[in-house]
Design a protein around this ligand. Structure first.
Ligand SMILES: NC(=O)c1ccc[n+]([C@@H]2O[C@H](COP(=O)([O-])OP(=O)(O)OC[C@H]3O[C@@H](n4cnc5c(N)ncnc54)[C@H](OP(=O)(O)O)[C@@H]3O)[C@@H](O)[C@H]2O)c1
Length: 334
């Protein structure tokens, strides 16, 4: 497995990370046994970075990862690096509240995450969205104290803009920013990437398959449950969906010419953006994982990249990447 550095100060990680969210929440039901087998298969293939959030299924995702780590061979368990998001408040009905980035809350969230994961430290810890009522310096400062005490190794960020990145980096060393980046979500290229690159911060890119939309497996007639994020995402609705799937058809032609899959083109394109970008793939079955890992062997030359750019130019997607009320809390306005 190729590796990439997580910023100037973070660890060396596998070039692809595994995002475990969909194994617990947001994309409809998932099979627990297959999810654990997928984490084991990923570790076995050399994936070291496992991404989660304490709010994915209200602790479910961390307990799942904890079980996968406990039942993995020791050598694989030792190579695993946990990347954990906190801050999103939930309620017993699954509802979402505001974000809590107060230092006392940070310590509380971390204490529970360490228990659920069954680890003695978290490798990268980050707030999922900046708390508008708490200066980012205070939240990052609280994580820095956890680093000093050995409970956390590195500090990350998630979905914040250039100004917050600078303020956070002035407070403590930041390894990576987690933010959406894919062929159809390229807003990070304007201000965010120049800022992270100037400061020596890497990007762990999520949604590289646009939550399955550009995976080549999504179809217009797919039924989504009410608790599936995509049932409410503008990109998955009506005319927007039809338009976005026409982009996938254009990508499919390129994929077929190269003898690879659409998902592999999409993941390989994000990998091609630079050594400072680590895509997180949201595979929750061994079959999807294997397809995504295949992207590591796909080389995109200048002609391929130009063809991809023609098929899916910047800004080609119809619909915003989140429902309107959630856009205000993101690092980019698109
Ligand atoms: N910081 C943040 O704000 C934030 C937000 C969202 C996610 N994340 C993190 O990023 C991770 C990845 O995000 P994501 O899950 O939205 O990303 P994604 O990889 O774009 O989407 C995953 C979806 O794509 C489908 N898919 C189809 N072919 C696939 C393949 N070959 N490999 C993987 N998935 C395939 C899966 O569907 P099926 O399983 O139905 O086939 C799954 O529903 C999450 O797990 C989470 O850890 C972070």
């Amino acid at each position: 497995m190729h590796t990439r550095p997580l910023g100037k100060t973070g660890p060396q990680v596998s070039a692809l990370g595994l995002g475990c969210m969909g194994m617990s929440a947001l994309y409809g039901s998932a099979d627990r046994t297959e999810a654990i087998a997928t984490i084991h298969a990923a570790l076995d293939a050399g994936v070291t970075l496992l991404d989660t959030g304490d709010f994915y299924g209200m602790g479910h995702n961390e307990l799942l990862i904890g079980e996968a780590l406990r039942t993995a061979p020791a050598a694989l368990r030792e190579q695993a690096l946990t990347s954990v998001k906190f801050g999103a408040l939930r309620d017993p009905d699954g509802g979402w509240g505001p974000t809590d980035g107060r230092p006392a809350a940070v310590r509380n969230f971390a204490a529970y995450s360490l228990q659920r994961l069954g680890v003695d430290h978290i490798d990268v810890y980050r707030i999922s969205r900046a708390d508008p009522n708490v200066p980012i310096e205070e939240t990052v400062g609280a994580i820095a104290e956890l680093v000093e005490k050995g409970h956390v190794r590195h500090i990350g960020l998630s979905e914040v803009g250039a100004d917050a990145i600078r303020r956070a980096a002035a407070t403590a060393p930041i390894s990576d920013l987690q933010i959406e980046y894919s062929l159809i979500s390229r807003a990070v290229e304007d201000q965010i990437l120049p800022t992270t690159r100037e400061l020596g911060i890497s990007v762990t890119a999520y949604g590289v398959l646009a939550r399955g939309l550009i995976s080549g497996h999504f179809t217009a007639d797919r039924q989504l449950s009410a608790d599936d994020f995509r049932a409410h995402s503008p990109r998955f609705q009506g005319d927007n969906l039809r338009h976005n799937l026409s982009l996938v058809d254009a990508l499919r032609e390129i994929a077929e010419r190269k003898g690879v899959t659409v998902a592999q083109i999409a993941v390989a394109w994000v990998l091609s953006r630079g050594e400072d970008i680590v895509p997180l793939v949201g595979a929750r079955t061994r079959e999807r994982l294997s397809e995504s890992l295949g992207a590591l062997d796909v080389t995109l030359d200048a002609d391929d990249l130009a063809a991809i750019e023609r098929a899916v130019p910047p800004g080609a997607a119809a619909g915003a990447r989140y429902p309107e009320p959630m856009m205000a809390h993101l690092g980019t306005k698109e």
